[in-house]
Design a protein around this ligand. Sequence first.
Ligand code: PMV
Length: 325
Amino acid sequence: MSNSRSATAIASPNIAFIKYWGNRDQNLRIPANGSISMTLGGLETRTTVTFDARLAEDLFLLDGTRTTDAALLRVSHHLDLIRELAGLKLHARVESRNNFPVASGVASSASAFAALTLAACAAAGLDLHARMLSRLARRGSGSASRSIFGGFVECVAGQDDQTSFSQQLAPPEHWELVDLVAVVTREKKPVSSTAGHALADTSPLQAARVADAPRRLQICRDAILTRNFPRLASIAELDSNMMHAVMLTSTPPLAYWNPETVQVMKQVVAWRASGLPVFYTVDAGPNVHCITLAEHAAEISRRLRSIAGILDVLRAPPGDGARLA
Ligand code: PMV
């Protein structure tokens, strides 16, 4: 019998329409509020995990480069959870490649931990249900819990490890939305979302944002299920603004927006007022996700590219959940 066992998984990032910010339990990453996202097709992380008796330590190669810093620790820590479940003592070699720029404002930790969870479980011989995979992925990165599923996905905040998981609301083909990511910088964000979540409770606005979350989730869920674009547009922009209001009023304050971020947000609102179906949502970085319907994507993309300071526009339709390669 061979002394190594290997599996490869593919996962995509996602963009949240109702965002998760702050943890009820920082260690278990139990989110303070539920969230709803769309999995982004075409953007992929491909990860191979090989448990090998000959390895003296875990190895992590990201886009071909061996990583030795905090990223390796986070991967190792995640593998520990899976080793414990499987009763496995072997170290692993983890090779991960993204087909999109990591610092493009697309949340690479979501696809990274969804792919790592599925590949590591398969290599360890664990055959787990999607819900259990989403709980495990959550331990690596809260948003990774949602990337286990394709299409439109809700993360139920829950109270503890058992009750905090994601589930699919609708498959990718349910609605032809497109995410156009207006890239305004390629620099890595100065404050990671892990560090940002820990600051959320220092904002006097966080309690109100969390208390109102069930209402926003309900509107967003309904808007997706009935394909009501104007309703989705207004609730998603409100939710993004509420999260950034919390960030800006944390101690210390987190200001993720650049001048170009605000410019794109204002343009998007003006375009919608003139009749085009488009809305913005911004994560923990300055790049702007502009959501539109497939038939208007070329026009919105052309307009975004004509704005000074926009370096690139990535395009993603609803995509599939994590799968073995
Ligand atoms: O999964 P994390 O820890 O990178 O947090 C994600 C935070 C946001 O992207 C800002 C919001 C979200 O729900 O995806």
